[in-house]
Design a protein around this ligand. Structure first.
Ligand code: ZN
Length: 438
């Protein structure tokens, strides 16, 4: 029997709120088997008793671009997920718009195989919209987390597609803009902000509301304006916002490639209204849209440089600042970064609690004001958050109960990671099998 015990101030915002306890994790399965004050039968025991240290479930990021394949020079599955581990994230869902674009069974399998070999976090992948309904049906059984729709897909998608994805218990995850938003050639960040306004996000949500079947799960990633959040929720969709639309505004980004991003950063008023949306419980999750490019690409002139902000290594630390400044409580933080994302993915029985049966992905945080001093593991290396004030950092990170990262020792082990959508498939087939027999 091999069980690791992780002891300290446990906090999942559901059952546990700062109570001292020990998580007993079965190393063979990677899942929590017990939570108790004095654990028995530990083959290894790790205790964290510092005053400012708390232990939570690992964060989940439902929107990342790990690049890889032909774009591995920007980021790959290893560098991106190591950066995620240091950020406090234990499950990432990768986007399909790498090169080649992933929307066939063969490419989905190829990408999932690379993730299985290289990822330091649990993982899955969204498929891009395939050419035919038959292909879509096959891809949805290949271990993907759902279907990603880009602005160009809005005029191709219909009720049938929404229904099929819903029947598989998966999510349609939507970049809420229309292709027209991409057309104007903007000479400055200010022009881009005007051309690529929230109007396109609202139009996208309205278009989806017309076709979304009642049983379809639609997630908007990401809204940049309060009105988009509000409309999305009114239509029964879930919605996330990015750390950069929450912590940066156009005033800070004027013509700087470092903060060029799609949709563009908004004004101070919209930024503050996103905080209001969080306080009103309208936002289901924070998702990074981690979009790394090589430092060389980001050094091109403003018109030529690619949009995207690399933040997977740092964004949870920014969110902790809201807790340290007492704008939100730890419960709400964990709702936005753990339980909310787990619910969007339909994984709330595997992730989100420190309880028996849940995945043993656990972060040890040291909480308090500090500053960001650069990215160490993402190939992007640059960050608009350099020297920004944050609310803590990761002391240690466990995946499946294995200590993967320690702030002093660095990376200690390559964990046995899982694609939870493979696991769900297995559960389903077992269930079908046994139900038939009895
Ligand atoms: Zn994205």
């Amino acid at each position: 029997m091999s069980r690791h015990c992780i002891c300290g101030s446990l906090y999942d915002g559901v059952n546990l709120r700062g109570e001292y306890g020990c998580l007993v994790i079965d190393i063979r399965s990677g899942f929590i088997v017990d939570v108790r004050e004095k654990p028995l039968g530990c083959s290894e025991k790790h205790t964290y008793s510092d005053e400012n240290t708390i232990i939570t479930p690992s964060f989940i990021d439902v929107h990342v671009h790990l690049r890889g394949l032909d774009l591995a020079y920007k980021e790959d599955e290893e560098s991106g997920t190591k950066a995620a581990i240091v950020g406090g994230i234990g499950l990432v869902i990768d986007m399909p718009n790498t090169s080649p674009y992933i929307n066939t069974v063969e490419l989905v399998k190829r990408k999932l195989e690379v993730l299985a070999q290289k990822s330091y976090t649990d993982y899955s992948l969204y498929t891009g919209l395939p050419k035919t309904i038959e292909q879509l049906r096959k891809i949805l059984l290949a271990g993907v987390a759902g279907l990603k729709l880009y602005p160009n897909d809005h005029y191709r998608v219909n009720e049938k597609v929404v229904k099929i994805v819903g029947e598989h218990g998966l999510t349609i995850i939507v970049h809420p803009e229309l292709p027209e938003a991409d057309k104007p050639i903007a000479l400055s960040e200010e022009c881009r902000q005007t051309h690529r306004s929230c109007m396109w996000e609202i139009a996208s949500v309205e278009l989806l509301a017309d076709i979304a079947a009642e049983d379809g799960k639609v997630h908007i990633t990401h809204a940049t304006c309060f009105e988009v959040v509000e409309r999305a929720r009114n239509y029964g969709f879930t919605v996330d916002i990015t750390p950069h639309h929450l912590f940066l505004d156009i005033g800070e980004s004027y013509d700087r490639c470092l903060t060029k991003v799609n949709p563009p950063l908004r004004g101070k008023t919209e930024q503050i209204k996103l905080v209001k949306a969080i306080l009103l419980d309208l936002v289901n999750a924070i998702a990074s849209d981690h979009a790394p490019h090589s430092p060389r690409e980001k050094s091109y002139s403003y018109l030529l440089c690619p949009p995207g902000i690399a933040s997977i290594e740092v964004w949870p630390r920014l969110l902790w600042r809201l807790v340290v400044e007492r704008i939100i409580g730890v419960d709400k933080l964990l709702k936005l970064c753990v339980q909310g994302p787990a619910g969007i993915l339909g994984l709330d029985d595997l992730y989100g609690k420190l309880a028996p049966g849940y995945r043993g992905n656990v972060v040890v945080w040291e909480i308090g004001f500090e500053r960001v001093d650069g990215l160490e593991y993402s190939k992007a290396r640059y960050t608009p958050y350099w020297m920004s004030v944050v609310g803590g950092h990761v002391k240690a990170h466990y995946i499946g109960g294995i200590l993967v990262y320690d702030e002093h020792a660095g990376f200690l082990a390559k964990p046995k990671t899982i694609n939870p959508f493979e696991r769900l498939k297995q559960h389903e087939s077992q269930h079908r099998c046994c139900g038939n027999k009895t």
